[in-house]
Design a protein around this ligand. Sequence first.
Ligand SMILES: Nc1nc2c(ncn2[C@@H]2O[C@H](COP(=O)(O)OP(=O)(O)OP(=O)(O)O)[C@@H](O)[C@H]2O)c(=O)[nH]1
Ligand SMILES: [Mg+2]
Length: 284
Amino acid sequence: MNIFPGHMAKAKRVLKENLKNVDLVIEVLDARIPFSSHNKELKDIIKEKIVVLNKKDLAEQKYTDQWKNVIEETLPCVKINSVKKSGINKLKKQMEEKQEQINHKRVEKGINKRPVRAIIIGIPNVGKSALINALGGKSSAKTGNTPGVTRGKQWIKVSENIELLDMPGILYPKAEDEDIAYKLVLTGAIDLKKVDTENAAYKLLKYLKELNRLDAVIDYYGIEVFENEHPYDILPKIGRKRGCLMTGGKIDRNRAATLLVNDYRDGELGKISLEKPGSANYEF
Ligand SMILES: Nc1nc2c(ncn2[C@@H]2O[C@H](COP(=O)(O)OP(=O)(O)OP(=O)(O)O)[C@@H](O)[C@H]2O)c(=O)[nH]1
Ligand SMILES: [Mg+2]
């Protein structure tokens, strides 16, 4: 799926340029899809990294904890809700620890200590600006619920020891795998308009079924779903309940699909992760 034509190469070039000036990378992942929101391409150009599992309030805690354990086998990892600023102090502590390690190496090399320069990276809409605001207090990084809001570049002082770069470059995920692409659509990194809305809704229902979380849909919309009922047959039930009708009384599947996807995105269906760690050897 070619979702970001042209953007990807430029974003990577800008990021590579910015990385030359920083000591520490904070990669923000969506706690609902830690695997699919991670960018595997940059591993070789990133030196020091801390992983943030953001939007923890929208994810299932047990899975977020499992992902955190997996990630912590190789990297520091912090669970965060950037809007409520929860987990921020833990992240600051991790950054200070990194700062000490980095400065220790500098001193060994006979170079003066200095504040650590950090950069926040992540896919569109994952909460990079919200996190910068949470870290920087009354800073001016803009947030918004549409992908690609951040334009200008600025440095923000987090503490005496940490400076943070807000960068315009975003990590455009390679969404060549269909499931990754749909998960990015469902969690808001990719615009719903880029894909077939109904297919996105069917995918969501399929994932929920696989994760044994169809209960959330059943409860929220007050519908009945039979054992092994196909997503194609579940969607009209939501449409009927919510009055998504076309002239003549036929169910408007497209409207029902949009409703369902947006309700999931907004957390209306509850805390639902779309990925739990399996037996694979994950690299973050
Ligand atoms: N529930 C919840 N929402 C969050 C969290 N962090 C960010 N958001 C919301 O997610 C949306 C995107 O946040 P931004 O901070 O603008 O994301 P961004 O990564 O800077 O997006 P771009 O600059 O467009 O790439 C906004 O509506 C935020 O309020 C979080 O931890 N929990
Ligand atoms: Mg932003």
